[in-house]
Design a protein. Structure first.
Length: 580
């Protein structure tokens, strides 16, 4: 999990390692085409002590442009004019650092910090997250530099060197006048919750342009008020182009104006794209199409299969259109049409299927807020074949073994005199998929085992179908619903740690998972509270009085009723001040 966060960040920025180093990446960007801002990120553990910044034009020699070595770390005594020579901006940096230290949102570091960067992946991860989300913090921490001395030249090359040496760590180039294109936001949609509170805003962006502009995420505003504290990143590693924000404080029954903008790694904000949420454009329910007929066109399906459906005309304004999906088992459903007009009510599929087979169709309505709603399945037999009776008395049970959960399905065997049924087919609707798909074919015995090997507690749905000896499927019988326990858990996220009167108050976030029993809290890797104290609905804890002047680290693990443990949370470290 920890590694995946860093991997996602590197993928989003499009970072690659330079020939000089496989541990440091140098990013160079200008907000105005004249001032150059540098930022260097660690991609793995590195033994670092101090940096020099050098610059050259064309084939000329490197010229050092920092007046003193840049030392990684945070200290109220550090001379910030080393990394930012503009006096006004230096004052702002000092004030920001003072405020963060005073409010304990930032801690001063010592040599331990550098040792951790050389040995501890977690320290590298936390540093990378911090400096890539706030350029001011990168300057304060000694991982950024602002060059105000650029002359009107064509091209420059910047390099990071080990202080006082010619050892090149990483390089990057920049052309005079070059400003990143941050006009990236497109395809904004909103979705209202079924209640009165909450609006989900979703948008897309061009990943190549994001990488070219070193975009770390996006900012979202409602009526001019910024809603996010840190840039919003893509949460799905399989699709880094889609971004989502849930505005839980917004009323879904009122009109709202949103604005979205990209933010680069140096804090440069792009063009703000406005979007109006109007409740009149969002349905309070999602109506699905209803297939009314599936019939052959022409002799022996020569002209294809004609699919017809109905859909409430008053709901057409809420959808982009509809598309048709066909299931030739065992391939599963595949789209066989483009996006049809919302007013369409029929479609002809020109592709055929083998004789003595059947095919299923469904119609899917794509709503303007990206919600897909599918019709019921409609089966078309290419030849009339007698339909077998549906299985009776379908039951389900389950048992845990070897960190796997097995669901056992059973049903009655064929009734005496049944000469049609030849085998059975099992359909399952796993969590998050939203539709049934075949998972087992040609079963001859009235039983089947389905194994769940990972995931949190969730509902699994099953349907058992009889299949005739000629391949015709029975009607759906009863749907069986099984609650599977958690086999793995996400780690808790410590949100806040506060010191007061030598006690430490710890608050954490965790999703609602049905079979979570509670949490185990560790202080300096020693367990100080168990799930019997920190039950599933608890999200905070206050320690006993701690020793002043000492540093403490706190971590959490979630545990289920079956004893399944989550990974350990990211550590929260804090020092208890000595009373004056």
């Amino acid at each position: 999990m920890k590694a995946s966060i860093l991997t996602l960040l590197i993928a989003l920025l499009g970072l690659t390692s330079f020939a000089q180093s496989d541990k440091v990446n140098l990013l160079v960007q200008s907000p105005d085409g004249k001032t150059v801002k540098l930022l260097w990120l660690l991609t793995s553990r590195a033994d670092l002590t101090a940096f020099d910044i050098k610059r050259k034009e064309g084939l000329q020699d490197w010229v050092k442009i920092n007046r003193m070595p840049i030392v990684p770390g945070i200290s109220s005594r550090k001379r910030l004019w080393i990394v930012e020579s503009d006096q006004t901006d230096v004052v702002k940096l000092i004030n920001k650092q003072t405020d963060l230290l005073k409010n304990k949102k930032l801690q001063e570091t010592d040599n331990t910090f550098l040792r951790k960067l050389a040995t501890d992946d977690n320290a590298v991860l936390e540093l990378t997250k911090m400096v890539s989300r706030d350029y001011d913090l990168a300057l304060i921490a000694g991982f950024a530099f602002v060059d105000h001395t650029v002359a009107r030249k064509t091209a420059y090359q910047y390099g990071i060197f080990a202080a006082g040496t010619n050892k090149l760590i990483a390089t990057a180039s920049w052309n005079y006048g070059e400003i990143p294109d941050l006009n990236l936001v497109k395809e904004v949609t909103t979705r209202a919750t079924l209640g009165k509170k909450g609006i989900t805003v979703t948008w897309n962006a061009d990943l190549n342009k994001m990488r070219a502009g070193y975009v770390t995420g996006f900012n979202i505003y409602r009526m001019g008020l910024r809603l996010n504290e840190t840039p919003i990143i893509a949460t799905n590693p399989k699709d880094l182009t889609e971004f989502t924000w849930f505005d839980k404080g917004a009323s879904s029954t009122m009109m709202h104006q949103y604005s979205i903008s990209a933010e680069s790694v140096i804090g440069l904000e792009g063009i703000i794209k406005p979007y109006i949420y109007d409740p009149a454009n969002h349905p309070r329910e999602y109506r699905k199409p209803d297939i009314t007929a599936v019939a052959s066109k022409g002799f022996y399906f020569r002209d294809g299969i004609h699919v017809q459906w109905s859909f409430p005309k008053e709901f057409e304004r809420y959808i982009k259109g509809v598309y048709i999906e066909k299931d030739n088992t065992p391939d599963g459903y595949k789209r066989v049409s483009g996006l049809l007009d919302p007013s369409a009510r029929s479609f002809i599929d020109p592709t055929g299927s083998p004789v003595n087979s059947y095919v299923r169709f469904r119609v899917v309505a794509l709503y303007n807020d990206r919600t897909d709603v599918a019709s019921q399945d409609k089966v078309y037999n290419y030849f009339f074949i007698a339909q077998p009776p549906a299985p009776l008395n379908v039951k389900a049970g389950g048992f845990m073994q070897d960190k796997k959960y097995t669901i056992q399905l059973t049903w009655d065997p064929p009734m005496k005199g049944d000469t049609i049924t030849g085998s059975y087919r099992i359909y399952a609707c796993p969590p998050l998929e939203g539709h049934f798909r075949p998972i087992a074919e040609k079963l001859t015995k009235p039983t089947h085992k389905y194994t769940v090997q990972h995931g949190v507690a969730a509902l699994y749905k099953f349907a058992v179908m009889s299949v005739s000896k000629l391949g015709t499927e029975s009607a759906y019988g009863d749907t069986i619903v099984v609650q599977a326990p958690s086999l793995e858990l996400p780690p808790p996220a410590i949100a806040k740690v506060i010191v007061a009167n030598q006690n430490v108050a710890i608050k954490w976030d965790y999703p609602e998972i049905p079979d979570v029993k509670g949490f185990r809290l560790y202080q300096n890797q020693q367990e100080i509270a168990t799930e019997n104290e920190l039950k599933k609905n608890i999200r905070d804890f206050v320690t006993a009085r701690l020793e002043p002047g000492q540093a403490y680290g706190f971590t959490l693990r979630a545990v289920t009723e079956h004893g399944i443990l989550s990974e350990v949370s990211l550590p929260a470290e804090i020092s208890v001040p000595t009373p004056r």
